[in-house]
Design a protein around this ligand. Structure first.
Ligand code: B4P
Length: 182
């Protein structure tokens, strides 16, 4: 059973949704940079105030800020972990590689959750989070295609990539992930 997982995919692909299922089933640590950043905003912390406008516009938060959050939350003592929404560009990949070397816990599998744009837009608009409006979704998708999508090829070359057809109901997607983790 694979224990060190990464969920990659466009906004609204279901990374957070599926990571929550897999982490609960296996008692793995679920590290969502999006959730952790939103928590900082809720707490009105300095960090939260720094990132609020950036996130509401659908832009990526500064790499160093995200790296600090990852380092703070990724501990050696775990039964396994899932990185959800991190890394999102090649510079974050570099930083993550260094963190994982220090932990001595290499990444074992990268799930690429693929969903067509029109389905993503529909899902996000019906969720209605603060950054789920048409203008922001467009920005998020554009940034995804420009900066995050190249990671698919990177992990494919390392033979870590597993393709998931994520335009299916929740259970079908979860079952596919479970099958490929084993
Ligand atoms: P994230 O919090 O990572 O969110 P996301 O990409 O929008 O969503 P995800 O794919 O997790 O979708 P979800 O399961 O929620 O990012 C938000 C922002 O945080 C970014 O724009 C950026 O500003 C910042 N950020 C985060 N990480 C960063 C980083 N590393 N560097 C810089 N900035 C960073 O699902 C979406 C909806 O679809 C839900 O309503 C869900 O119920 C529904 N859904 C899921 N699966 C479904 C299915 N199979 N069928 C039907 N509906 C489904």
């Amino acid at each position: 059973m694979k224990k060190h997982l990464l969920f990659l995919g466009p906004p609204g692909a279901g990374k957070g949704t599926q990571a929550a299922v897999v982490s609960k089933d296996n008692s793995y640590l679920h590290l969502s940079t999006g959730d952790l950043l939103r928590k900082e905003i809720e707490l009105n912390s300095d960090l939260g105030n720094q990132v609020k406008d950036i996130m509401n516009k659908g832009q990526l938060v500064n790499d160093n800020l995200v790296l600090e959050i990852v380092k703070k939350n990724l501990h050696k003592n775990n039964k396994g972990w899932i990185l959800d929404g991190y890394p999102r560009n090649l510079s974050q990949v570099d930083s993550l590689n260094k963190v994982l070397i220090n932990l001595n816990q290499p990444l074992e599998i990268v799930f690429y959750l693929d969903v067509p744009d029109e389905v993503l837009i529909k899902r996000l608009l019906s969720r209605g989070r603060k950054d789920d409006n048409e203008k922001t979704i467009k920005t998020r998708l554009k940034i995804y295609k420009e900066t995050t999508e190249p990671l698919i090829e990177y992990y494919k070359e390392l033979s870590l990539l597993e393709y998931i057809k994520a335009d299916e109901d929740l259970k079908t997607v979860s079952d596919d992930i479970k099958y490929k983790m084993a």
